[in-house]
Design a protein around this ligand. Structure first.
Ligand SMILES: NC(=O)c1ccc[n+]([C@@H]2O[C@H](COP(=O)([O-])OP(=O)(O)OC[C@H]3O[C@@H](n4cnc5c(N)ncnc54)[C@H](O)[C@@H]3O)[C@@H](O)[C@H]2O)c1
Length: 259
């Protein structure tokens, strides 16, 4: 028997990458799944493959996302879990971002999380409780250069996760976040396959390798399952330990240890 038998799950940003991998894991664990994405071609193909439903929406359009969540819930006959996963990034100096790009990154990575949570809560209450998981990022704890709006959005998504946990615990709704480090998703194969580019990333990761989407999916499944029934408001870092690297005193202590 799967960990999520009887669950009815929505995944946003589900057409590829971490969203697609997680949708597949949800199905493997026995859940009914609905996919939401702006990319209808890939989304419909995946839905067919997984025996899921697909609902096209741009998550930055709050009315469209709300309608898609309502339609997906109707198609499954209820909702027990939402994975707020859709996100986009960009890299440039902070002062090079114009207003439009700032808003695109904030709306996709943060406002969609708020809208998704707001739209899902009535359905989760109707189900007698459930779980919301948001895909934030390690960047929400430690920003990377060139990703100021993205990092700000992910930090705020972590705060929103804690607010949701605080407000909806008595409804039986748990709200958590996953914070991936660098994960191979297909789009970044050119980095992962080039030793010159991948080498420094691996060197900065105690587990010594780049992560896989299934390794994020497994944690999301755990957070939605009954195994995590007393876990809420938490942010789980999935980064092979890379946040541990380069503490301020590391170079000094490496010197003491002769390394
Ligand atoms: N890959 C990583 O290294 C990494 C690390 C940390 C966090 N994350 C987070 O994981 C999540 C998924 O990232 P990924 O690497 O799988 O990315 P990806 O680009 O492979 O997939 C993102 C999906 O979101 C969809 N999407 C984008 N904008 C949308 C919009 N406005 N409306 C609806 N759908 C939209 C895309 O069509 C795509 O299917 C994101 O929130 C990202 O910030 C990824």
């Amino acid at each position: 028997m799967g960990l999520l038998e009887g669950h009815q799950v929505i995944v946003t940003g589900a057409s590829r990458g971490i969203g697609a991998a997680t949708a597949r894991r949800f199905v493997d664990e026995g859940a009914a799944v609905a996919l939401i994405d702006i990319d209808a071609d890939r989304g419909k193909r995946l839905a067919e493959d997984l025996d899921a439903t697909f609902h096209q929406a741009d998550v930055t359009d709050s009315a469209a996302l709300t309608d898609a969540i309502d339609a997906a819930t109707g198609a499954m006959g209820g909702l027990t879990d939402l994975f707020n996963n859709a996100g986009v990034g960009n890299v440039m100096d902070l002062d090079a971002y114009d207003d439009a790009e700032w808003h695109r990154l904030i709306d996709t990575n943060l406002t969609s999380v708020f809208t998704g949570m707001r739209a899902a809560v009535p359905h989760l209450r109707a189900a007698g409780g459930g779980s919301i998981v948001t895909n934030a990022s390690q960047n929400g704890l430690r920003p990377t250069r060139g990703e100021a709006p993205y990092s700000a959005a992910k930090a705020a998504a972590i705060a929103l996760t804690r607010s949701g946990a605080l407000e909806y615990g008595r409804d039986g709704i748990r709200v958590n976040a996953v914070l991936p480090g660098f994960i191979r998703t297909g789009l970044n194969d050119f980095i992962c396959d080039d030793p010159e580019l991948a080498g420094p990333i691996e060197a900065g990761t105690p587990l010594g390798r780049i992560g896989h989407p299934d390794e994020v999916a497994d944690v999301v499944v755990f957070l939605c399952s009954d195994l995590a029934r007393y876990v809420t408001g938490h942010s789980v870092v999935i980064d092979g330990g890379s946040l541990l690297v380069n503490a301020q005193v590391d170079p000094l202590l490496r010197g003491f240890l002769g390394q």
